[in-house]
Design a binder for this molecule. Sequence first.
Ligand code: XMP
Length: 504
Amino acid sequence: MILVIDFGGQYNQLIARRVRENNVYCEVHTAGNFDKVRELKPEGIILTGGPQSVYAKDSSLPPAELFDMGVPILGICYGAQAMAKVLGGTVEPARVSEYGKTTVEIIGASRLFDGVEKKSVAWMSHTDRIFSVPENFTVTASTADCPVAAMEDAARKLYAVQFHPEVVHTVEGKKIFSNFVDICGCKRDWKMSSFVADTVARLKAKIGGGKVLCALSGGVDSSVAAVLLSKAVGKNLTCVFVDHGLLRKNEAAEVAEVFSGFDLNFIKVDAGERFLNKLRGVVEPERKRKIIGEEFIRVFEEVSKKIGAVDYLVQGTIYPDVIESGLGKSAVIKSHHNVGGLPDFVDFKEIVEPLRMLFKDEVRQAGRELGLPEHIVNRQPFPGPGLGIRIIGEVTAEKVALVQDADAIYREEIARAGVDKDLAQYFAALTNMRSVGVMGDGRTYDCAVALRAVLTSDFMTAEAAQIPWEVLSRAANRIVNEVKGVNRVLYDCTSKPPATIEFE
Ligand code: XMP
């Protein structure tokens, strides 16, 4: 295992990922707990970048003993400067702050740069720089503005780079991580199946005969978390799946069917009518969100009261959620985001988050290992409030059915054309527009459905996808022919910003 000690840098999530790409297990821990580092017995340690300056009064620096553990260490950016400072080198404000692509030149021979081009482009983002290296260190790379772009004490296997090898813009970055993994002597035998087996064993040892509760949404993260727990504790796990009636067509039945195949207690609550009653007459999207979120809590509360006290509550938090909410606070943020603060009223001792260290595609891989079907594993993101926010204006049972049918047709056509793999998210929404149409010989005055499809990797910004025209026109034709009450189909060409991905 390689341990990443996190000093708060924006690219830290990528470091763990680069290590795992080399089939080596990697965990990220916040800086500050040296006893924990020793306890984890890592084969290598990476000190990340971070926003602080090593000279700031309250900057967090690793203790000198860390470098005496005999474990190879790679310091990146702030991590490099921290290594220099703690071991007796000096760090100063850079003459020129370097941001972006810079040419790095390798000086002399270094195992860390084995097979790396002598001159290559690397990503820089720093305001301080190492001025003088500690005793026994040599400079192994430089840039025009940064004489110490890399340094090392090869005998002690201590390495430091000022640039960011984890970022794709650093052309030789992957090679550098691969070399570091070799320096650490890691066996490169970690696979997703080992993650699954290790996690199940760890959960079994931790939870023993304790009772576990999981709020299952049917999304990828909570499904994978639930199955991991089911493998570890079987019937001591209870999954509660609240069907708020605002799911996609057939989704509730599909989820129930999939989970009936696993060893766990599965409780499905059909609460569609309750939600519709609460939503009657409500048109404002934020109000709808609040109502759906609150009602979700009420339903979950009622069910969990029947279950009684549990020892653990499972959350499908994944690494990007941890980053989004700041390390250590993820549980709270995630529950607010999806199910509105469940931990506040459920009587439990501890939260378990078995996917905390994984990225979305790694979670999907774990899901496959666990035997979840592709339609769950590849599920696109779906908002907690569901179709309630994909219907503009008042939500009624008729409108839900209409948008479900239109959406199912659209998804079917997208999948048939094989373009689903290229899209981050795609769905149908129901506008509150009615307009005149002609069907047969008669006049209609019916609804307009909007189709949306976006490309994005972070969901913070997105662009409208250029779906092939024949796919759009086939979907539009089928929707007006097969879905009663629709006589017009529109395609949303707007990017985010200024629009959002959801159509609410
Ligand atoms: P927007 O519409 O804000 O959506 O551009 C960005 C991404 O977030 C999803 N989304 C939600 N996910 N609960 C969720 O779990 C929500 O309340 C929620 N609202 C939006 C949306 O589907 C898109 O992927």
